[in-house]
Design a protein around this ligand. Structure first.
Ligand code: CP
Ligand code: NVA
Length: 302
């Protein structure tokens, strides 16, 4: 981490015990075992340079439930959108609020914000990483299979994008097996992949069937992420054969679950029979964004 202020920028900034403690707190916040206005009087600024449904609502409602307040800032009506430097924004906001959540393109902007803010910064998605989503996914997996993640196998089918990179960081920290099937040219970030290979049990294949065989969790994401709209057609070609359909899902364990961070494109990266079928856990997964982010906010701002 960049300085003594605690941030939540990447899963790789946290150790196994810290991540498991956050998941345990999230479980207790969800069950009602923990709660109350522990962030009373505190404010979170939420910078959105990309669209959002889940991230915006779950952080805003999360702050309300913890007794605090969230301020929504979009490019269209903030000075950041007119080019005000990130470092100035970081310092100005630090004088008003107790934490900053940011969703943006370049991950370096998240890091820069954290370097210059004197309050905690949370990464609500960058082109490189989506750590809050992976925490919600891990919570969903533990709800299904119990708290220990060791011995589990997660299969990622599709783009080596921000989600895939964060799965690699999680596998490196938590010791589950991660098998990624990505088409050539769409691999995860090379440095993140290399680090995860050194620390964990990671396989990269071109064959979705090899990734999914016997897995506990099968997960995917859109083929063109936010900011890649121009590449959508080329990506449709490149990802042919990578749709998670019933036949592919059938190669996973009988008890396997399907996850997707959403929004999803039925008939592209996932067939309706899977995402709307009995193995799908997409709605508990989406709800868990609220609980696990509350756990993160309490950790950073409590
Ligand atoms: N999964 C996710 O981050 O959703 P939003 O883009 O709606 O926030
Ligand atoms: N990979 C997707 C995730 C959206 C929540 C994107 O970055 O657009």
């Amino acid at each position: 981490m960049s300085d003594s202020t605690k941030h939540f920028l990447a899963i790789s900034d946290y150790g196994r015990e810290q991540l498991l403690a956050l998941l345990d707190r999230a479980r207790k916040l969800k069950s009602g075992e923990l709660g109350g206005p522990v962030l009373a009087g505190k404010s979170l600024a939420m910078i959105f340079r990309k669209s959002s449904t889940r991230t915006r609502v779950s952080f805003e409602v999360g702050m309300t439930q913890l007794g605090g307040h969230a301020v929504f800032l979009a490019d269209r009506d903030s000075q950041m959108g007119r080019g005000e430097p990130v470092r100035d924004t970081a310092k100005v906001l630090s004088g008003y609020v107790d934490g900053i959540m940011v969703r943006t393109f370049d991950h370096e902007e998240v890091e820069e914000l954290a370097r210059h803010a004197t309050v905690p910064v949370v990464n609500g998605l960058s082109d490189l990483l989506h750590p809050c989503q992976i925490m919600a996914d891990l919570q969903t997996i533990t709800e299904e299979f119990g708290p220990g993640l060791e011995g589990r196998t997660v299969a990622w089918v599709g783009d080596g994008n921000n989600m895939a990179n964060s799965w690699l960081n999680a596998a490196a920290a938590l010791g589950f097996t991660l098998r990624l099937a990505c088409p050539e040219g769409y691999d995860p970030d090379a440095a993140i992949l290399e680090r995860a290979r050194g620390l964990g049990d990671v396989l990269l294949t071109r064959d979705p069937r090899e990734a999914v065989e016997g897995a506990d969790v099968v997960t995917t994401d859109v083929w063109a992420s936010m900011g890649q709209e121009d590449e959508a057609q080329a990506r449709m070609e490149a990802f042919r054969g990578f749709m998670v359909d019933g036949a592919l899902m059938g190669r996973a364990r009988e008890e396997a679950i399907f996850l997707h961070c959403l929004p999803a494109h039925r008939g592209e990266e996932v067939a309706a029979e899977v995402i709307d079928g009995p193995k799908s856990r997409i709605f508990p997964e989406a709800e868990n964004r609220l609980h696990v982010q509350k756990a993160i906010l309490v950790e950073l701002m409590g």
